[in-house]
Structures are given as C-alpha cells and as structure tokens.
Write a protein that binds this ligand. Structure first.
Ligand code: UDP
Length: 359
C-alpha cells in the first residue's frame, strides 16, 4: 500500500486559522502527517494565538514572523522563507487556504520547487482585480493540483478558465464544518453576551476590513454614516487595519456603535448567532451569517459568494449610506430560504479523503 503524503500547511491570517482547524483535525484522524507554518501575517494575540488555543490547531512547526509590510514586501519575504522551509521539510503536498498574501506566497514557492499544491476555497471570483485577494486566488488556483471548491458554481468557474476537471473537487465550505463543530462549545464557554450586557436579538453586528473600504476615506466615511442610521445598537469588533485607517482619517464611529477589540472565534460565533442582523465585508462572516440564519448586509459592490445574494440571505449595499440604511431596514429572518448552498459540513472529511487517496 502506498504511504500517506506528508503535508505542509501555510497559514497566516485569521480566517485561515478557522479553516485549518477543521481540516487539520480531519487530516490527523486520517493518519496524514502535517506540519503547520505560520507566516506571521496576523500576529496580534486576538487575531492569531486565541484561535490556536481555542480551536486545537496543531502546534506551529515554523513561525516566519513576516507581517506589517506592503503586499509586495510581505509576499516576497514569505516566498523566500517558504522556499527554504519546503526544501527543509520536503513535503509531498503543500496545503493553502483562501486568498491572502500567505496563500499566494506558499503557492509560488511550492510551484517553483515542483511540489504539488492543494488549494482550499478554490474557484471564487469577485471579477474585481483591484482587490489584492482576487489576484491571489486566480494565481493560486492556476498552479494548484487539487482544487477544493465550496460550490458547484466555483467548480464551473475553474472549468471555464481551462483547468482540467480531474483537479477540481466540489467539497463544500470548510467554514460550515467549523460552525457545526464549534457552535455548541462556543455556547458553553463564551461569556461575551454577559460581559457586554447584550440580549439575544437586541443588536446588529458589524465587521469590515477590506482595503477597498478602509483605504478609501470617502467609502469609509459613507459606511460609518450608513451604520449611524441603523436602528438600535451596533456591536463592532474593530479589525486593526480599520482602526488604524479610521484614526488616520480622523473618523469616529457613530453614537449607536459599541466598539470592541477583535474577539476569539467562540465569542464571535455567539455574537453572530445572537445578532438580529450582521453587516460585513468579510467573506467568512457573510457565510457564517447564513449558517446561523441571520440576515446579512454586505458592504461590498460584489461578492464571491453569489449564492447568498441569489438566495436572499444577504443584500449587497456597497459603501452607500442610503443603501446600507435601506438594506438594514428591509432585512428580516423570515425572508431567508435556508438550503445547503455550501455542502453539509463534511468538507474537511472529504478533503482529507482526497488528499489521502493521492498517495
Ligand atoms: N472572526 C473572529 N473574531 C472577530 C472577527 C472575525 O473570530 O472579531 C472570525 C469570523 O467568525 C470568521 C473569520 O474570523 O470565521 C473571518 O475572518 P476575516 O473577516 O478576517 O476574513 P475574511 O473571511 O474576510 O477573509
């Protein structure tokens, strides 16, 4: 019998810790050896170590400590360090997630060394090349051997771009696995509702951090204006980039907003499921809103998760204050048409099986 492959996984940013938590567990259960490399893209305790502590991720084999620079600087430094790491660890397969600079750096380093790549969350497109994430996803998909897509639509996108069907696997969304696996423990362990004095359904939850919204002062100010028009309390765990940009632009949150530091995953799951509305530009939070059955207003002009808009689980509002206020008013739980848009919460298992079969 052929031996199972040795996997080297590259992570670096908050959403990747959530995705890796469920896949790493499935790999371990399948007996597949994995070494985790943390690039350092996110390094604050509440953006990184809290996820390792809560979600039982494997210990980090190598920490590169690369962050804080421009996209080019970070990606370049990561490629160099990851090349050395790959030569040293000699993996049979390199595993990357999503669309960050860490994803692209891992994909470039491995592809130049002829190491096959598996990409989780493949085939997503916003068709907006001004987004750094769009470039990262397209390039990573096209050098990957195993493309793990969250939906039939993302598989079709890859086929439409000329990628052979044998490389493409519709496994569903690993973030659904995470919501299913961790929601109960989050309910038991998180004390965030008591800590903040919040009642179920009494507030909206806001997160945003995309460059298009934070680095454009007109958009940033318009979003804050729209949020100010939403009825009731709006809880806002502020991403470090958003905080820095609000400060440098001299903008403050409107009076109905309660600002807090980013929270751990358990607190976030509880805050999401207890909210009456979620307002976000985050890909992960858009989907989590749907998994919890909470309506969502998307602070983007387009989304890669188009099924959510088609199913009327989410409404696109861009950065327009009027559209944000109107969408928030029109959202209600009874509008949702729940269905399994992104699989059944067994994506990590399917990924581990496919990786195991590759040996
Ligand atoms: N998240 C969290 N705490 C927060 C904000 C987000 O645990 O204060 C989680 C969220 O539940 C989701 C992931 O972080 O699982 C999404 O990450 P992010 O919004 O940074 O990235 P994106 O999904 O937009 O790539």
């Amino acid at each position: 019998m052929a031996s199972l492959p040795n996997v080297m996984t590259v992570v670096g940013a908050r959403p990747q810790f959530v995705k890796a938590a469920v896949v790493s567990r499935a790999l371990a259960e399948a007996g597949i050896a994995e070494k985790l490399v943390h690039t350092g893209q996110h390094y604050d305790a509440n953006m990184s170590s809290v996820f390792f502590e809560e979600l039982g991720l494997p210990p980090v084999s190598l920490s590169l400590g690369i962050g804080g620079g421009s996209h080019g600087q970070n990606t370049g430094r990561m490629i160099e360090a990851l090349e050395t790491a790959i030569l040293d660890m000699k993996p049979d397969l390199l595993l990357v997630y999503g669309d960050t600079d860490s994803t692209l750096a891992g994909a470039i380093a491995a592809s130049k060394l002829g190491v096959p790549i598996a990409h989780v969350e493949a085939g997503l497109r916003s068709y907006n090349k001004a987004m750094p994430e769009e470039i990262n996803r397209i390039l990573t998909d096209h050098v990957s051997e195993l493309l793990f897509c969250p939906s039939a639509a993302s598989c079709s996108i890859l086929e439409g771009e000329g990628i052979e069907a044998v490389r493409i696997h519709n496994v569903g969304d690993v973030m659904f696995d995470a919501v299913k696996q961790f929601s109960e423990v989050a309910r038991n362990r998180s004390r965030i509702m008591e800590k903040l004095g919040l009642e179920q359904g009494s507030y909206s939850l806001l997160t945003f951090h995309r460059k298009e919204n934070t680095d454009d002062t007109a958009r940033l100010s318009s979003i804050l204006e729209g949020i100010g028009r939403i009825a009731g309390k709006v809880l806002f765990p502020v991403h470090p980039r958003t905080r820095a940009k609000m400060q440098s632009a001299g903008l403050s949150a409107p009076a109905n907003v309660i600002e807090i530091d980013p929270v751990g995953y358990f607190d976030m799951l509880l805050l999401e499921s207890s909210a009456r509305l979620i307002i976000t530009d985050s890909g992960g939070v858009q989907k989590e809103a749907y998994y919890h059955g909470v309506p969502c207003v998307i602070l983007r002009d387009e989304t890669e998760w188009t099924e959510l808009v088609d199913a009327r689980a989410s409404t696109l509002a861009g950065a327009s204050a009027d559209r944000i206020a109107k969408a928030a008013e029109g959202c209600g739980r009874d509008e949702l048409e729940p269905s399994n848009l992104y699989g059944y919460g067994d994506s990590s298992l399917k990924i581990a099986q496919i990786i195991g079969r590759r040996a």
